[in-house]
Design a protein around this ligand. Structure first.
Ligand code: SF4
Ligand SMILES: [Zn+2]
Length: 123
């Protein structure tokens, strides 16, 4: 089972937990395990690092001074995920192109491999 830690008491908790069983800290919004409640730490506001603040698509009334938010998305983390996705996509498409361009070569190599296997098994 996955584990997480409570942001307040730092005790291990179940990631689905609605409240921390050790200190009672609220971890999910509306008592629903599928709605994480993000909280700002220290004096910062969540909005200053949120994707929806940067692209000006948020219309929550607490913007730009949200200390708690259910929709917060860290801009740096989303950028990193996007870059990783682009990298994976470009590798997959390069591999697909290479396979398409070298189909006959791959066929010959596969045939040679099968022949070799037959010869080795007959010994
Ligand atoms: S989604 Fe939440 S954290 Fe993000 S800008 Fe809107 S209010 Fe702020
Ligand atoms: Zn706790």
């Amino acid at each position: 089972m996955d584990t997480a830690s409570c942001p307040r008491c730092h005790q291990p908790i179940n990631p689905q937990a609605i409240n921390c069983p050790h200190c009672g800290y609220t971890l999910k919004a509306y008592g629903h395990p599928g709605i994480p409640l993000h909280r700002a730490t220290g004096d910062d506001y969540l909005c200053s690092s949120c994707t929806y603040e940067k692209d000006d698509s948020c219309n929550f009334p607490q913007r730009p001074l949200a200390k708690e938010c259910i929709l917060y998305q860290n801009e740096a983390e989303s950028q990193l995920e996007l870059q990783q996705q682009q990298l994976n996509n470009s590798f997959a498409s390069k591999l697909k192109n290479w396979v398409n361009r070298n189909q006959s070569f791959l066929l010959i190599v596969t045939l040679l491999f099968v022949c070799l296997l037959i010869v080795l098994l007959r010994r």
